[in-house]
Design a protein around this ligand. Structure first.
Ligand code: CTP
Length: 394
C-alpha cells in the first residue's frame, strides 16, 4: 500500500482536501494527515481523521507521541507528500527552509516527492515574493499542481483557485504509478493559430481552437515528458505540468521554438499563418483612403521545416497537415518537403475546427495508418503512446 502524507494548510480551500483524502482512501491509498495550526481554523481534526481513517498529526513536540512517531518517521514513511492547499505563507516557509512547525519540519526532512496544490488570492499569487518562492521550489523539483483560474472566495477573478480535485488526484496517481515512459524526454509542441497584424485593429490568421495541440501536450506530459508548449492566442487552460510560452506571430513562434531546443521530439500542430503584411501600419487604416490591392503580403518562415533542418533537430519530428482535397497525396508531398518523420493528415472540410473530434491518417514514409473518427483527446493519447513506443525502440 502506498502512503500519502497530506499536509493541510490554512486556507479557505482546506475543506477540499477532505474530499481529496476521501477519494484517495477509496482508491486504496493510506492517507496520513498533517494539519498546520491555521488549517484548524478551517477544518476540524475530527472530520479529517474520520475521512482519512488515521490520526491527525499537528504538534512538532507532542509529549507521549515522540517515541511512537516523530516528524522524521512521518517524513520517511511517505511515498509522496501533498501540500493542499498550499498557502502563500506555507510556500514562503518551504522556500526558505523554515522548520517552525510539524508540517515544515516534515517537508525539510522528507525524501519523497513533494506536490503542492496552491490556493490563494490572485494578487498574493502574482506577488513577486510568491513568484520568487515558487521559482525556488521548482528548482528543487517541487511539483506544482495548478493553481487554476477562476472566481475566488473573496470575489476577485484570476489565477489562484485550487486546481480541480480530479487533476490533483490524477497527477499524484500518475506519479505513484511509475514508471513514466517519457520521463527525461523533452518535447516541443506548437499549437493554436498565429496572428499577423496589419494595423492595430486588424490581423491575418487561421482557424484553430488549439484543442488538438493542447491535448497532445497534455498526453505527453502524462507520460512523464517535459513539455514546452509554444502557443498562439487561444482561450484554453494550460495543461498540468506543461510549460507554456505564449506568442502571437509566426516569427515569435519560430524564435521561441528555437529557444526551446534541444528537444527529443517536436509535434507541430499550430496553424501558422503562411503570410503576413509586409508592413505593419502603426495607425488604423481608414476605409476609402487605401488602395486595397496594395496590401502586400510576404511569406512567413516555415517553423516545422526550419526545425527539421536545424543542427539541433529533435530525433522525432511530427507535423500536421490540414487539407481540404487530395488529402493523402498532399500529405505525402508535404512530409517530404518539410522533412518531418511523421505527418498527420486530416481533412479540415470534415468540420474539424473547433470540434472536439477528428479523423486522421499518419504517414511515416513507408506506411499509412488511418485512425477512426475519435475525440482529439483520444487521438492525443494514442499518438503519445505511439511516440513512447518509438523512443523505447531507439
Ligand atoms: N507549419 C509551420 N510553419 C508554417 C506553416 C506550417 O510550422 N509557416 C507547420 C504546421 O504546424 C503543420 C505543418 O507545417 O505541422 C503543415 O501545415 P499546413 O498549414 O498544412 O501546411 P502549409 O505549410 O501551409 O502548406 P500548404 O500551403 O502547401 O498547405
Amino acid at each position: 500500500m502506498k502512503h500519502i502524507l497530506l499536509i493541510i494548510g490554512g486556507g479557505i480551500a482546506a475543506y477540499k482536501s477532505l474530499e481529496i483524502a476521501r477519494q484517495l482512501k477509496k482508491k486504496g491509498y493510506d492517507i496520513i494527515p498533517v494539519m498546520t495550526a491555521s488549517a484548524e481554523a478551517f477544518v476540524t481534526k475530527l472530520s479529517v481523521e474520520a475521512l482519512c481513517g488515521n490520526e491527525v498529526h499537528s504538534e512538532l513536540f507532542a509529549p507521549g507521541q515522540e517515541s511512537k512517531i516523530n516528524h522524521i518517521a512521518l517524513a520517511r514513511m511517505a511515498d509522496a507528500i501533498l501540500v493542499c492547499p498550499a498557502t502563500a505563507n506555507l510556500l514562503a516557509r518551504m522556500a526558505h527552509g523554515l522548520a517552525d512547525d510539524l508540517a515544515t519540519t516534515i517537508l525539510l526532512a522528507a525524501k519523497a516527492p513533494i506536490f503542492v496544490a496552491p490556493a490563494m488570492n490572485v494578487r498574493m499569487w502574482e506577488h513577486p515574493a510568491t513568484q520568487a518562492n515558487i521559482a525556488l521550489l521548482k528548482q528543487r523539483d517541487v511539483h506544482f499542481i495548478g493553481p487554476a483560474e477562476g472566481e475566488m472566495a473573496c470575489g476577485d477573478y484570476g489565477l489562484g483557485r485550487l486546481s480541480p480535485i480530479e487533476d490533483i488526484i490524477c497527477v499524484l496517481e500518475g506519479h505513484l504509478k511509475l514508471p513514466a515512459p517519457l520521463l527525461n524526454k523533452h518535447f516541443l509542441v506548437t499549437a493554436g493559430p498565429t496572428c499577423e497584424p496589419i494595423d492595430p485593429v486588424r490581423y491575418i490568421s487561421n482557424h484553430s481552437s488549439g484543442l488538438q495541440g493542447y491535448a497532445i501536450a497534455e498526453a505527453l506530459a502524462k507520460l512523464g515528458a517535459k513539455v514546452t508548449l509554444v502557443s498562439g492566442p487561444v482561450s484554453l487552460a494550460t495543461p498540468l505540468h506543461v510549460d507554456r510560452v505564449n506568442v502571437v506571430t509566426a516569427r515569435e513562434m519560430l524564435d521561441q521554438c528555437l529557444k526551446a531546443l534541444p528537444a527529443d521530439g517536436m509535434v507541430a500542430v499550430a496553424a501558422v499563418s503562411d503570410w503576413r503584411a509586409e508592413q505593419e501600419h502603426s495607425e488604423k487604416l481608414k476605409k476609402g483612403h487605401q488602395d486595397l490591392t496594395k496590401l502586400k503580403l510576404v511569406e512567413n518562415p516555415d517553423i516545422l521545416a526550419t526545425i527539421c533542418r536545424h543542427q539541433k533537430r529533435p530525433a522525432l519530428v511530427v507535423g500536421f497537415a490540414a487539407e481540404t482535397e487530395n488529402v493523402l497525396d498532399y500529405a505525402r508531398e508535404k512530409r517530404e518537403r518539410k522533412g518531418c518523420d511523421w505527418l498527420i493528415a486530416n481533412d479540415v472540410k470534415a468540420g474539424v475546427f473547433g470540434s472536439d473530434r477528428n479523423q486522421v491518417s499518419i504517414l511515416d514514409g513507408h506506411a499509412i495508418e488511418t485512425w477512426p473518427m475519435q475525440t482529439k483527446k483520444e487521438i492525443a493519447a494514442r499518438l503519445a503512446q505511439k511516440i513512447s513506443a518509438y523512443f523505447s525502440q531507439l
